[in-house]
Ligand binder design. Structure first.
Ligand code: HEC
Ligand SMILES: [Cu+2]
Length: 369
C-alpha cells in the first residue's frame, strides 16, 4: 500500500508552542501549590532553622518539579512528532543539529542562576547552624550502641535517651559518638547530623515550639539500630529549670546499695522486655545476644560466678545492674574477647524499685527451672 509521505515540518514541530504553553501553566499551578503547601500541618516546625529549611526545600521542589515536567514532556512530544514514518527509508536518521549558540547559552545560564541561588540560600542556613557564639545553652549528645547520651553543663552525670531544651533559647549541641557512626535526627527541627567517633560537630538551633519530639538514629549502627530513639522535650524555661534541678537531685541520691526486698518478678519481667531483652536472652549463659543469657544465673554449673567474679546471689546481681560492667578484653587470655559493656543504672534508666524488681525476676528465672 503506497502512502504519500506528508511533508515533514522542520524545526520544533506543529505542537511545540501549545505544549509549552500548557506545560508552563501547569508548572505555575504546581509552583503555587508547592509554595503554599503547609508542611507545618504534617510535620510541625519546632525550632528556628526549620522554617528556612522548609523554604529551601519548597524552592528546590518547585524547580525540580518544573525541570522534570519540561524534560519528560518534551522527550515524549518530540518522540511522537519525529517518529519514523512507514514511508521513511529504513536507514533514515533524524536531522542532526550542531551549534545552537542561543539555546546553549540559555541552558547554561538558567541552571547556573538556579544553582547559585540554592548555594547562597543553603550556605546561609549552614553558617547559622555552625554559629556557636553567644549561646545560652551548650550541651553534648553522644551516640552509643544503642542509646543517646546527653551531657549538660550543670549536671554531674549524663542523661540517657532523654533530652530537654528550653524554648526560645539558642542551643548548641555538640554531636559525636563513642563507638560507631550514629546519627542525630530530629525531624521537627529539620536537622540530621552524623555522630562520628572522633569528630565533634556543633549544631545550633533555637527551639520555638513546646512539645515532645523524637530523636532518631538514622545510621545503621548494629543489631538494635531500629530501636535507637531518644525523646527531645522542648520545655518552658521554668519546666526546664525544674527538670535540671530534679535530675541533679536524682543523681546526688543514686549510687550505693539498693534495698532489694519488695521487688516483684512480674514487674521485673515487663522491665526486662523493655530495657534488657535487646541484649539478653532468658536462655542459658551461652545463649548470647550482646550480653550473656540470664535464664540460669543462680543454677548454671558451667558458669558458677557472675562475669564480675562475684557470686550469683541477689545482692551481687544488683551490683552489676547498678554499676554496669565491662570485662577485661584479653583476647589471648582465659576470658577471651570481652562481650562488651553492660550499661550502668543511669544508662539503663533504672530506679531503685526497678532494680529490686529486675533482681526478683532474674532470681525467679533460675528457680523455675
Ligand atoms: C547494651 C547491651 C546491654 C543491655 C541493654 C543490658 N545488658 Fe546486661 N550485660 C551486657 C553485657 C555485654 C554483659 C557482659 C559484660 C561482660 O562480661 O563484660 C552483661 C552482663 C549482665 C549481667 C551479668 C551476667 C552474668 O552471667 O554474670 C547481668 C545480671 C545483666 N547483664 C543484667 C542486665 C539487666 C537486668 C538489664 C536490663 C536492665 C541489662 N543487663 C541490660 C549488655 C547489656
Ligand atoms: Cu545508632
Amino acid at each position: 500500500m503506497a502512502q504519500v509521505a506528508a511533508p515533514r515540518s522542520q524545526g520544533l514541530g506543529p505542537g511545540f508552542w501549545p505544549v509549552t504553553i500548557v506545560m508552563t501553566v501547569v508548572n505555575i499551578i504546581l509552583g503555587i501549590y508547592i509554595a503554599t503547601f503547609d508542611i507545618n500541618k504534617y510535620l510541625p516546625e519546632a525550632a528556628a532553622p526549620a522554617g528556612d529549611i522548609d523554604l529551601l526545600f519548597k524552592f528546590m521542589a518547585a524547580i525540580g518539579n518544573a525541570i522534570f515536567l519540561y524534560v519528560t514532556v518534551y522527550v515524549v512530544y518530540f518522540a511522537i512528532v519525529w517518529r519514523r514514518r512507514p514511508s521513511d527509508a529504513p536507514d533514515a536518521i533524524g536531522i542532526q543539529i550542531h551549534d545552537a549558540p542561543t539555546l546553549e547559552l540559555w541552558w547554561t545560564i538558567i541552571p547556573s542562576v538556579l544553582v547559585i541561588i540554592i548555594a547562597i540560600f543553603s550556605v546561609k542556613i549552614w553558617m547559622n547552624l555552625q554559629n556557636a557564639s553567644g549561646d545560652v545553652l551548650t550541651m553534648e549528645a553522644i551516640g552509643h550502641q544503642f542509646k543517646f547520651e546527653f551531657r549538660y553543663p550543670n549536671l554531674k552525670s549524663s542523661v540517657y535517651d532523654e533530652m530537654h531544651v528550653p524554648v526560645d533559647t539558642p542551643v548548641t549541641v555538640q554531636v559525636t559518638s563513642s563507638d560507631v557512626i550514629h546519627s542525630f535526627w530530629v525531624p521537627e527541627v529539620r536537622l540530621k547530623y552524623d555522630m562520628v567517633p572522633g569528630l565533634v560537630q556543633s549544631v545550633r538551633f533555637t527551639p520555638n515550639r513546646i512539645g515532645k519530639y523524637r530523636v532518631i538514629c538514622t545510621e545503621f549502627c548494629g543489631t538494635n539500630h531500629a530501636n535507637m530513639f531518644a525523646t527531645m522535650y522542648i520545655d518552658s524555661p521554668q519546666d526546664f529549670n525544674r527538670w535540671i534541678a530534679a535530675q541533679a537531685k536524682l543523681q546526688a541520691s543514686s549510687g550505693g546499695a539498693v534495698a532489694l526486698q519488695g521487688g516483684t518478678a512480674a514487674a521485673g519481667q515487663t522491665l526486662f522486655a523493655n530495657k534488657c531483652s535487646s541484649c539478653h536472652s532468658v536462655g542459658p549463659f551461652e545463649q548470647k545476644i550482646v550480653g550473656p543469657g540470664l535464664g540460669k544465673l543462680l543454677s548454671d554449673t558451667t558458669h558458677p560466678n557472675l562475669v564480675t567474679g562475684e557470686k550469683p546471689n541477689a545482692v551481687d546481681i544488683s551490683h552489676v545492674l547498678i554499676k554496669g560492667y565491662q570485662g577485661p578484653d584479653d583476647s589471648q587470655g582465659k576470658n577471651g574477647p570481652s562481650l562488651g559493656a553492660m550499661p550502668n543504672r543511669d544508662a539503663n534508666g533504672l530506679s531503685n524499685s526497678d532494680i529490686a524488681n529486675l533482681v526478683a525476676y532474674l532470681t525467679s528465672l533460675s528457680q523455675s527451672k
